[in-house]
Design a protein around this ligand. Structure first.
Ligand SMILES: NC(=O)c1ccc[n+]([C@@H]2O[C@H](COP(=O)([O-])OP(=O)(O)OC[C@H]3O[C@@H](n4cnc5c(N)ncnc54)[C@H](OP(=O)(O)O)[C@@H]3O)[C@@H](O)[C@H]2O)c1
Length: 317
């Protein structure tokens, strides 16, 4: 089969499209035909060598949508069943989804019932699951003014779409480091755009709820823009800083405000099907901003790292 293999850390050119042996089925694992997957920023971190536990060579890819091809659990995962998987050490401790087929433990293969087309479905797993979990943890109300710090990211735009579909009329502002993305961000549905310059928001506005995707690098500055009683959900680390440093909770949190987070590793079948129902019932406007093929994965990584990157990038097989 074809797959994209990385043997050493570096730029997108280290992702090599090549022939590899098709994985052999073994007890407790099933083989899936990969129909599509999203490219995630964590895969960029891993490609750059910033995931010390990941040993190369490795086929990256922490999510996919696909069909069961060979099964060791014919009752729950019959051949032809539509399935999704997210995280659980796929593309990290064992080979992942940047391939035509992927072998996974049955425990982390989730059968789904949906009529969504493959491009829409491939936009959802990791990104919408993370956006949805973050939205729930922010305890939104329709009266909130919401900020997405890292508004142009895949998770940022997924969050925007879910929030607008769930709370009609709610105000959601997005940030980008690049003023020239303002028009595109407004077109995606943001009600306002703020420039994030060297980790400082270029505004005096304050917000009730913040999805913080730049992470510990900008947390202090974020809390300067939070209203009393507000909540910040720190879900991303786009700022390449993993830990809070020199953060004094007494002085640096806004008065009576709250800090929370969300981790997408906590997946179960019911939650995934619930998310698909929410997307269908609330008619959430899910679509990828760019679609690549498997042999174009290096170009997909390069696009996500470029000045122009916006929204969710997927690969369809
Ligand atoms: N907690 C979890 O379980 C979980 C799950 C999924 C994702 N995440 C995290 O959520 C974040 C977003 O993921 P994603 O896959 O949606 O990202 P993505 O689509 O790759 O994000 C791309 C955007 O990130 C911004 N960006 C890139 N480098 C940056 C930097 N050094 N400083 C500030 N902004 C930068 C750029 O925005 P501008 O150029 O417009 O500024 C770019 O448009 C990542 O940190 C990811 O690891 C966490």
């Amino acid at each position: 089969m074809k797959a994209v293999v990385i043997t050493e850390p570096g730029g997108p050119e280290k992702l090599i499209y090549q022939d590899v042996p098709t994985p052999t089925i073994r007890p407790g694992w099933s083989l899936v035909t990969v129909k599509g997957f999203g490219i995630n920023h964590s895969e960029i971190f891993t490609r750059q060598g910033l995931s010390p536990l990941v040993k190369f060579p490795r086929i990256l890819g922490i999510e996919y949508v696909g069909l069961i091809e060979q099964t060791t659990d014919p009752e729950r995962l019959p051949v032809g069943q539509k399935v999704i998987s997210i995280m659980g050490e796929m593309g990290r401790a064992f080979d992942g989804s940047y391939a035509e087929k992927v072998l996974l433990p049955n425990t982390q293969i989730y059968p789904v019932t949906t009529d969504l087309d493959w491009a829409t479905l491939a936009t959802i797993p990791e990104t919408y699951y993370t956006a949805y979990g973050s939205m729930l943890n922010l305890h939104l109300t329709a009266a909130d003014h919401v900020l997405v710090r890292g508004g142009s990211s895949g998770v940022g735009i997924a969050f925007l779409k879910l929030v607008h579909a769930s709370f009609p009329g709610i105000q959601v502002t997005g940030t980008s480091r690049h003023l020239d993305k303002k028009g595109q961000l407004l077109k995606q549905g943001f009600d306002g755009v703020v420039v994030d310059q060297n980790g400082h928001l270029q505004t005096d506005q304050t917000f009730d709820k913040v999805l913080e995707l730049i992470g510990p690098a900008t947390m202090k500055d974020t809390f300067r823009h939070v209203n009393e009683g507000g909540i910040v959900c720190s879900t991303g680390q786009l700022g390449y800083q993993w830990y809070l440093d020199q953060f004094d909770p007494i002085m640096d949190l806004a008065p009576n405000s709250y800090l929370t987070s969300f981790y997408s590793d906590n997946v179960d079948n019911d939650k995934l099907n619930q998310l698909l129902r929410v997307i269908t019932d609330r008619q959430v406007d899910v679509h990828p901003t760019k679609i690549f093929k498997l042999d174009q994965v290096p170009a997909a990584h390069a696009y996500l790292e470029s000045h122009h990157s916006l929204g969710k990038v997927i690969v369809l097989n």
